[in-house]
Each structure stands twice: as C-alpha cells, then as structure tokens.
Write a protein that binds this ligand. Structure first.
Ligand code: ASP
Length: 312
C-alpha cells in the first residue's frame, strides 16, 4: 500500500531580485511536465534530470544557456544529481561550452566510478557522450591591455552581469510512484566570481542530497555560506532523526543566518511526500505539485520561523 504522496518541487533561485512573470510561468509549465512524468511511472531521477534540463535550455535562469560569466568573461557551470535509492550521485564543476550540465552530472554518476569531475575533464566527458553544446561560442573577451592597468573584467562581462543579474540557479526534487527520492541542481554560479570558483551546487551534501530513508534537498543561495554549513546533508540528518521538512529547514536556515550571515533558499522533500520551501532571501522562485488541485508556483515562500511573524 502506498503511504506517501508522489510530488515534484522545482526552483529558479533565491535572491534579492523579484522573479519575472515569464520565469514563474515557465516554472509552472515544467512543474506540470514533471508531474506528468511521475504519473507516467518515470523514476524520480529521470524526472529531476528532465525538469532541470528544460530550465537550463530556457535561457531564463542562471544555468545552462543563461549562465553568468566568471570575471574573465567565460561561463563555467556546475551541476549535480543524486539518487536517494542507491545513494549514487554525479556532479560536474566549471564545465564550459555545454548546454546541459545536468546531463553531464548524470553521466558521471552512471558511466564512471566517480562523483565529481571538473573543468577540461568534464568537458571531455561531455564531448565523449556527444552532449549538446551551447549555441554560441564561449570565448572570453580579454582586457585590451594589461599594461594600462585594466581590471580583470571587461565591458562584455559587465553588460552580461547587468542582463543576467536577475536570473536564478535552478533545482528540483521528486518522489516517484515507487517511493524513490532524487535531487538535483544546476548553476552558472554567483555574480562577480573568480575564474575557477565553485559553489555548493556540485558538492553532494552541500547543495544537493537525497536519501530514500530521510529526504531530498536542493539548495540555492550564496554557495560559500551553504558549503560552510554543509546544509543539504544537515537537513537530511535532521529529518532522519524525526524533524519534519519544515522544522528542519527552519532550524538550519536560522543557523545559517545567525552563525555566518549566510543567505539561502531550499526545497526540502520528506520520504513520505511532506515538504517545505523556505528562504532567508527576499525572493525565491519555486513551485510544487503532488497532483492534487493546481500546481503552486510563487516568488515568496515561508521564511524560517524567527524571520516570519506569521509563523511565530
Ligand atoms: N548556490 C549557487 C552558487 O553559489 C548560486 C545560486 O544558488 O544562486 O553557485
């Protein structure tokens, strides 16, 4: 007998900019597609991969096509995916030139004995499996002259930041008809980052975690703060010890802010289908659906308890 409710949750980043209507409409469309896949009996892993792939390809978010460039003007992307049934996981970091880092992450998981592959090696893996390339060349525009003391950032990078500053990282979690959980995320990183910078997104246990016996997590926000607190694994362990998704998220997000002044948002899905979406940032583009009523998509969800008088 099924004692849980299959569900899909999706996010398009947490931050200080309000998500656009176009982004929210797109999230809703992909959420519906994700739930249709649940209904058709697809695995949580495939559902998470397909939802993230669609968000990467849209150009509406800071992932895949819409990825922010690093300070040298080059887009380098991070992604990870985890299967809660076997605790298998795959990730890529600083991948250049490919449209769907989430596909590369899944291939690391299924086709290698490793969990994380970075930089040129990730690129070689993507090339080996003939993954789809980014449609435009990913060439940096260098400062005209170093001797004139130009800063290591150029006009093209600044204008890309301006254009893309409102985009968000993407992520998803799902619980399928068999009771399996999966989680994933994909990002172009944060604004103004050193070339080679890696955030929480490809780090299993920081940005993403899934374990059928506890829950599935996808994080977004300032990666450096999420890494320092080991957020995704911490949330999972709290749920294993009996915390509800909501209580676990509230506790961990409060700690993140009080102890290190971090900023983040999270999708937290428990093994029976209960879930929460919480963030410490002013906005978070996200949605959820378990097939009942209408899919819910919004730009603001519950804040951790101490942040929200409504929930006190
Ligand atoms: N967590 C991502 C990173 O630090 C960025 C984000 O979620 O917006 O790379």
């Amino acid at each position: 007998m099924v004692t849980y409710t299959p569900s899909v949750l999706i996010h398009g980043g947490a931050g200080s900019s309000r998500p656009t209507r176009t982004q929210l409409i797109f999230l809703e469309k992909i959420l519906c597609r994700g739930y249709a896949l649940v209904h058709a009996g697809q695995s949580a892993l495939t559902i998470v991969e397909e939802m993230i792939e669609a968000l990467e390809g849209s150009g509406l978010f800071n992932a895949g096509l819409g990825s922010l460039p690093q300070l040298d003007g080059v887009q380098r992307m991070d992604a990870s995916i985890m299967d809660g049934k076997a605790l298998t996981a795959g990730a890529v970091a600083n991948l250049e030139g490919y449209l769907h880092p989430i596909n590369a992450a899944r291939l690391v998981m299924t086709e290698t004995d490793h969990v994380l592959i970075i930089g040129d090696s990730a690129k070689r893996l993507a090339r080996h499996f003939a993954l789809k390339r980014l449609p435009r060349p990913n060439k940096p525009v260098r400062p005209r002259s170093r001797s004139r003391g130009n800063p290591p950032i150029n006009t093209r990078t600044f204008s890309l930041y301006k254009k893309m500053g409102k985009y968000g990282t993407v992520g998803a979690v799902a619980l399928d008809l068999q009771g399996n959980l999966a989680a994933g995320a994909s990002t172009g990183g944060v604004s103004v980052m050193f070339p080679g910078r890696v955030g929480d997104t490809p780090l299993i246990g920081s940005g993403v975690y899934a374990d059928n016996s506890a829950g599935a997590i996808s994080m977004t926000g300032i990666g450096e703060s999420i890494i320092r607190m080991g957020m995704a694994k911490w949330l999972t362990e709290l749920m294993r010890s009996g915390f509800s998704p909501s209580r676990a998220a509230s506790h961990v997000l409060k700690e993140l802010v009080h102890r290190i002044h971090g900023a983040a948002g999270c999708l937290v899905l428990g093994s029976k289908g209960t879930f929460t979406i919480q963030h410490t940032t002013p906005w978070m583009a996200a949605g959820h659906w378990n097939g009942k009523g209408q899919p819910i998509v919004g730009d603001r969800f519950s804040a951790p308890r101490s942040f929200s008088p409504r929930k006190a």
